[in-house]
Each structure stands twice: as C-alpha cells, then as structure tokens.
Design a protein. Structure first.
Length: 388
C-alpha cells in the first residue's frame, strides 16, 4: 500500500491515427484559435511537413505566422525570438510541429506570453511550477518524431543562461490542449533520427517503471510502452514506410511521456549534459547509457527488471529474477547495433577529459533524484567511464 497521498492525472486529449493532422482546423476552432504561431524547425520545413500543416491551416481559414528558428538542443534565445514572433503576428494560440525541440519551445513560448518572470524562475528544481498558472494561450501539438512524447507531456526542457544546463520547467498547465498524433507524418524520418528518437521513447518507459514513487497507472503504461518500443523500433528503422511500426512507435513515445510524470532516473541526468556541453542527440545518448545504468540499478531493481523482461517477451519464464535482469540488459545492449547506434560515447566524440565536468552537471540535474539507487558524483564519473 502507498504510504503517502499521491495525485494521478491523465488529461491530454489525443487524436491518433493516419490522417489525424487533417483535424487541425476542427481542433483550432474548438480552442478558439484563429491566428496561431506555428513553431517548428528548419528540418521540418525542409522536408515539407511545415508546408503540409500550413496548407491544412489555410484550408481551415486560419491565418498562421511561422517561427522556425529552433535549435536541435533548444536555448533560451529560441524562446525569446519566438515570443517576439507571437506578438508581431498578434497570435492567439500556438501550434508546435516537429520533434521534442520545437514542441518544447512552443510550450515555453506560450508560458512566456502570459508569465513575465525570467524562465529560470520556473525551474522545476526551484518549485517553479507554483509560479505557473492556467493563464496560457491554447496549444496544439503535432509530433513528427516518435521519441520525447512532448506532445502529451507537461514539461519543457530548455538550455538557460542562468543555469548553464538543460533546465526542466514542469507544470500540468504546459500540457498541450490537444495532440494530433499522425503516424503518416513520421514516415519520412531518416533511419538515424528514427533510431535516436526511438531509443528516447524506450528509455522513458524503462526509467519511468524503475523510478521511485507510487504510481501503478504509470507503471502499467510504461510496461506496455517498453513492449511496443522493443518490438517495433528496428522495424521502423529498417523500413521507414512500415506504417504499423511507425504507429506503434508514436504510441510508445506518448506512453513514455505519460509514464515519466512518475519520474525518470540517472540515464537522463547523464544524458542532459551531453546535449548542453557536447551538443549530442539526447535520445541517442540515452540509448548508449541505458544498459550501464540498468547494471548500476540492478542490485535494487532485479524484480522490476524481471517485469520489464516479461513485458518485452524475453525467454525467461523459468529463470530467476537475476537471470531475467541479465537477459533484459543484454537485449537493450543488443538493440543498439540493430538500429545503427554505436555502443560507446567515445564513438560520438566524447573524450575522457570532459567527464569531470559532465559528472558535475549530471549531479545538478534533478532526474537522478527518482533513480531507484542513490547516485553520487563518483557514481556519475564511473558510469560515464563505463560508457566511454
């Protein structure tokens, strides 16, 4: 039984399935949006998806403005510039289009529209959620990757000057009003991005299930999300037109984001500095770090690792919890070469001299606070070295 009061909430409205983007006009009308700011990035523009969404907007009689200057690892200036674009366009709502970066920037822009404090004042580590009210413009989220699940999440992660790190701003009021989850928009995703974002989705589900805290609803979602990710990621990487695999990965990503409201773990604390300091892709580094952190957590998590092994349909029915944990970690490690991701951070250019700085920044990141095994800076150093 739980030893404390817990609060559960899954309020995101999701319109899911091939062609869901064609509901944009109807959803905008329901939200009272007539002049949206479309927040996206240069890659989404280059592949034609922004043009497709703009066409849907115009067909519905909307008058959108466009802001596309979002970095792969978004920074505070992206939010400030987007806020200026929102005001110039006299906008009355936000459409976020893309992967986690434009979706997170879209959330931060809508926050900044009505909340004048510097963004660092809303840092989750400073209980910033207490300063965030429901007074934010409406937002429609349209994901073009299957990774962060930011389209259903209540957080935005931005590199801020004041903190010099990836900073989490977390509030239920930041959740998009509706997510249009259209797997057809992910069909053109290149294999490398499919792999990296998919590993992000897998990590979210696995870490959420292992995280400290009482949340059986999130636990159940995380187990099914992990199952979908492990069964479908390689298929999506090797056949980008496989709509079933793409659909399942998009769902796995959303399930991971719903589940990690329970918490995450040391993988994310280790991965965040690799984005802000080494400018590496977040999901890719998550995937490389995940088996090492699972080994680290193993002494306190074998029963839960067994649950994940069962969910992933590994052949461990007659085995002990220890044997199931071994099989699970081996399966996660085997997945990396299957989807074209290296096994080491060194292969991505990380050097040993960076590790002390990375470890200090990892300890400043709040995600490890819900890791099932407590972490010290020495542990972070050791985990980076193992992954190097």
């Amino acid at each position: 039984m739980a030893k404390m009061i817990s609060s559960f909430s899954f309020p995101t409205r999701i319109v899911f399935g091939p062609g869901a983007v064609r509901e944009l006009g109807n959803e905008a009308k329901l939200l009272g949006i007539a002049r949206p700011l479309l927040v996206t990035d240069p890659g989404v523009v280059a592949c034609g998806l922004a043009e497709q969404v703009l066409a849907e907007s115009h067909r519905a009689g909307l008058a959108p403005a466009v802001f596309e200057d979002v970095n792969p690892n978004p920074v505070e200036k992206n939010v400030q510039d987007g806020l200026e674009a929102y005001r110039r366009g006299n906008c009355d709502g936000v459409i976020g289009l893309g992967g986690g970066s434009p979706l997170d920037v879209a959330k931060a822009i809508r926050l900044a529209v009505t909340h004048p404090l510097p963004l660092d004042q809303y840092d989750d580590q400073l209980d910033g959620a207490a300063k965030i009210s429901a007074n934010v413009p409406p937002m429609i989220a349209i994901a073009t990757t299957a990774g962060t699940g930011s389209e259903v999440g209540r957080s935005t992660v931005i590199i801020l000057k004041a903190t010099d790190r990836k900073t989490v701003i977390f509030s239920p009021h930041l959740m998009p009003n509706v997510a249009l989850a259209d797997p057809e928009l992910t069909l053109g995703m290149p294999p490398k991005i499919t792999a990296g974002t998919g590993l992000d989705a897998l990590t979210h589900n696995v870490e959420a299930y292992l995280a400290l805290g009482y949340h059986p609803l999130c636990d159940a979602i995380a187990l099914q999300g992990a199952r979908l990710a492990i069964r479908n990621l390689a298929r999506a990487v090797h056949n980008g037109r496989d709509l079933e695999a793409r659909s399942n990965m998009l769902m796995a990503a959303m399930m991971g984001a719903v589940a990690f409201q329970k918490g995450l773990g040391a993988v994310h604390s280790l991965a965040h500095p690799l984005s802000s300091i080494a400018n590496l892709h977040h999901g890719t580094t998550n995937g490389i770090l995940l088996p090492h952190v699972l080994e680290f957590n193993r002494p306190v998590s074998e029963e839960r690792l067994r649950d994940l092994a069962v969910a992933m349909e590994l052949d461990i029915a007659q085995g002990s919890a220890a044997e199931a944990a071994t099989a699970l970690i081996a399966r996660v490690r085997k997945l990396l070469p299957e989807v074209g991701i290296p096994l080491t951070l060194g292969a991505l250019g990380v050097t040993r001299d960076l590790i002390p700085l990375l470890a200090r920044k990892a300890m400043e990141d709040a995600c490890h606070q819900s890791n099932p095994r407590p972490c010290t800076e020495a542990d972070m150093l050791s985990l980076y070295e193992r992954a190097l």
